[in-house]
Design a protein around this ligand. Structure first.
Ligand code: 26Q
Length: 754
């Protein structure tokens, strides 16, 4: 295919002009049309079984570069545009970012779709077409505000399939409109699909903020991802969303099964269903309902469904394990109630242990329990996480079904998270080891001998500098801050949650601020970058954002401190920000309380882009540490066993730690005149009190060892060659965290698609 000819044909047809005369926006639309057509023309991969990956979130990020890369057109397009004096990056600025996810779980689903397609496996995503996705974050008066983030334009990646399903809710029916997004595979010339269901008549955005009429289910069902569930109407709306997704999805699966020439009795052999956390768990009773309605016995239906369904757990935080009152299901989907009751009866027959029942004494349905009893596989997302599931969180289930439990350490797609987001590093790698790593990330290990090559190491430092300048320009353009490209870039980007301990990083900022104020300057300036959204109703998370923004204001306005310490919180952190921040990072902050972060996936992206991890022995950090060895990572803090022991024995008392001389003055700075005059005294005082008296995620337990390790990392950064060697080892060992490896394992051990 001649790219130039094709592009010209599209711009002529759409805008009546040659590509040269088009605006960036017009070029974006022309490239969108072109790639969409090429992807749509591709056949689906073939196999005996087909996978459906059900997820409430798919955090796809912008798709133009990604799809060009998968279609093998990325380089050609880039150079064609360059010859025209245009830039792909500028054109991609015109693309709205679909925000159909929150964070880790949704981005993982997107990486998985990319890898499933790249491995040429037949597997589609199934989810909802949220119109405003996750909110857009604004900062005002050093606080987070939420705004709707409409991303769907008349021309988008969504294609109306013309397919419609009817979802039966209690008292009314709702049509499900099926949109598809093509997911082209990078290697096989095939394409899978992401199926997104929508209501026929979606509501307009609310006039102010992100509040809307939660009772208007027919119009608002797909308005937002995770609508505010602080009241009954909000909670019900979530259950409506979940049932809508799985009912339409289950009907689609049975239709496709018939189209492939099979009957309902072939479901278990021909269909694999991955349940991404518990949001899609109702697919189990819904499939049983549809199969029995077609005349199959309950026993046979349950057996078919068990052979198809597998469940992934992404968290051990109790509050995230969904339990819905059966009464809600009675309202939303009354036809599921007798099925769930029957499943509960069978579960109780299998075990007398009431902890594994599906319905509890308060009449709540434990969604994960349904998945474990009536699916064939349960997996955690990192080795440590799976061990914790087996030995504590889900122990009664592990005792009952040891054969169902398995680990699948997460991975990320290196096509987006190295090739596309870091072209300079990609070129540096290819110059050294050829481009086999693009198909098989394990080949990155071939870089290891370069650890002794001064020229390579110097080149690596130059790549990092280049990426830091790129981020510097982006920060100047988007946020009006000028950071020092020669400072150390220390970055913590992830959802704001107390267990992730952004507040502990803030305590380090206070430490460093006070050091500088007392005349002890660091060897080199440091820029601490944060990016995080807080759930709108999560008060403590919003307080922590306020603290960070106050520290930003404090350091920015102090001429003594500013040359040495900068704090920058990026507004509206999202996939596009991540693509600029990660390649520019020197120190990757992965400081969750051990045992609480199931895996983490940004830790993998940072590693692959040559950042050195400063982290606890939590989630996949444990596996990173094993791979790179102790001299190439900075670990600190209590172990997961110690933490689990402290929770079990009630042995953690923050006040004891607060009263240590190295801690008290840092915590008390929260209510110092300096900060109280900048921020909201009520908020800062509440945060200060919480840290002293509750500190549920034990920031004060680890803060001293954290500060000590961070100081060590900053000091060792000064030996530039030794640091470059650490970067290189991290990149070389990162191949294990390719989602291609993860998906190959899912396929070999759970899905068996081919
Ligand atoms: C719970 C109850 C009601 C409504 C919503 C929820 C809810 C919503 C989102 C529960 C959990 C989530 C998201 C979880 C998540 O993103 N987990 C992350 O998953 C990543 C991929 O496996 C891991 O790397 C992270 O460690 C994990 O935190």
């Amino acid at each position: 295919m001649d790219l130039k000819e094709n592009l010209t044909a599209v711009t002529q047809a759409q805008f009546g002009r040659l590509p040269d005369a088009c605006t960036d926006r017009q070029l974006y639309h022309a490239l969108l049309a072109l790639t969409q057509k090429l992807a749509a023309d591709r056949p689906a991969p073939q196999g005996g079984r087909k996978l459906y990956y059900f997820s409430a979130e798919f955090l796809m990020g912008k798709l133009l570069s990604n799809n060009l890369l998968a279609l093998g057109l990325f380089e050609e397009t880039r150079s064609l545009l360059e010859d025209m004096g245009r830039s792909l990056a500028a054109i991609e600025e015109c693309e709205p970012e679909p925000s159909l996810g929150n964070g880790g779980l949704g981005r993982l689903a997107a990486c998985f779709l990319d890898s499933i397609a790249a491995l040429d496996l037949p597997g589609d995503g199934v989810g909802l077409n949220y119109h405003y996705g996750l909110f857009r974050q604004k900062f005002a008066c050093r606080k987070q505000q939420e705004q709707p983030d409409p991303w769907i334009e008349p021309e988008s990646w969504l294609l109306d399939t013309g397919r419609r399903y009817t979802v039966p809710f209690g008292g009314f029916e709702l049509e499900a409109v099926l949109y598809d997004m093509a997911v082209p595979g990078a290697n096989g010339g095939t394409a899978n699909r992401l199926h997104l269901f929508d209501v026929p008549d979606p509501a307009d955005p609310p006039a102010n903020g992100i509040d809307f009429d939660k009772r208007d289910v027919a119009h608002c069902l797909t308005s937002f991802l995770y609508p505010d569930d602080s009241d009954r109407d909000g909670q019900l709306l979530r259950v409506y969303q979940q049932y809508f997704m799985v009912s339409a999805g289950a009907q689609m699966i049975l239709d496709e099964l018939a189209e492939r020439g099979f009957g309902p009795g072939d479901l278990g052999d021909r269909v694999a269903i991955q349940i991404n956390d518990t949001h899609p768990s109702m697919v189990i009773p819904e499939l049983i309902r549809l199969l029995t309605a077609g005349g199959m016995s309950f026993d046979d239906a349950a057996a078919q469904v068990e052979k198809s369904c597998a469940y992934t757990n992404h968290t051990i935080l109790a509050e995230a394990l969904e339990k819905w009152p059966l009464e809600y299901i009675q309202t939303v989907a009354p036809q599921l109630v007798p099925i769930i009751q029957e499943l509960d009866r069978r579960a109780r027959q299998r075990s007398g242990d009431s902890r594994v029942a599906i319905l509890d004494e308060w009449g709540r349905v434990h969604m994960a329990h349904m998945d474990i009893h009536f699916g064939h596989s349960v997996n955690g997302v990192a080795a440590l996480h799976t061990e914790i599931l087996k030995n504590s969180e889900l122990k009664p289930f592990y005792d009952l079904y040891p054969e169902k439990f398995n680990n699948k350490t997460n991975g990320v797609t290196f096509r987006r998270w190295l090739q596309a987001c870091d072209p300079a590093l990609s070129a540096w790698i290819t110059d050294r080891i050829g481009d086999g790593w693009k198909k098989d990330a394990a080949e990155l290990e071939k870089l290891l001998p370069c650890a002794d090559d001064a020229g390579s190491l110097a080149g690596l430092l130059e790549v990092k500098q280049h990426n830091k300048r790129r981020l510097q320009r982006m920060l100047a353009r988007r946020q009006g801050v000028e950071v020092d490209e020669n400072s150390i870039f220390d970055i913590q980007v992830k959802r704001l949650h107390e267990y992730k301990r952004q507040q502990m990083n803030a305590l380090w900022v206070i430490f460093k601020y006070l050091e500088i104020k007392s005349g002890r300057r660091p060897a080199r300036p440091i820029t601490v970058l944060f990016g995080a959204k807080a759930a709108p109703a999560y008060t403590m998370a919003k307080h922590i954002i306020h603290l960070i923004l106050c520290l930003q204001a404090l350091t920015e306005s102090d001429p003594e401190v500013r040359p040495w310490l900068r704090v920058v919180m990026v507004e509206n952190y999202n996939v596009s920000w991540a693509e600029a921040l990660i390649p520019a990072c020197d120190i990757s902050e992965q400081i969750s309380l051990a045992s609480k972060e199931a895996s983490g996936t940004s830790n993998m992206k940072f590693m692959a882009n040559g950042a050195v991890t400063l982290g606890t022995m939590d989630g996949a950090n444990v596996e990173i540490a094993e791979l790179v060895g102790p001299e190439n990572i900075y670990t600190f803090g209590a172990s997961s066993d110690e933490v689990i022991g402290l929770y079990a024995g009630g042995g953690y008392h923050p006040l004891e730690h607060y009263h240590r001389p190295g801690v008290e003055y840092l915590v008390d700075f929260l209510i110092s005149p300096e900060l109280m005059s900048i921020g909201d005294p009520g908020v800062l005082t509440a945060l200060w009190r919480d840290m002293k008296h509750k500190d549920w995620f034990m920031a004060l337990l680890d803060v001293e060892s954290y500060i000590a390790r961070k100081e060590q990392a900053l000091a060792e950064y000064e030996d530039r060659t030794a640091w470059a060697r650490k970067m290189l080892v991290n990149i070389a060992k990162s191949g294990y965290f390719s989602s291609d490896r993860t998906i190959a394992q899912y396929n070999d051990e759970i899905w068996r698609l081919r």
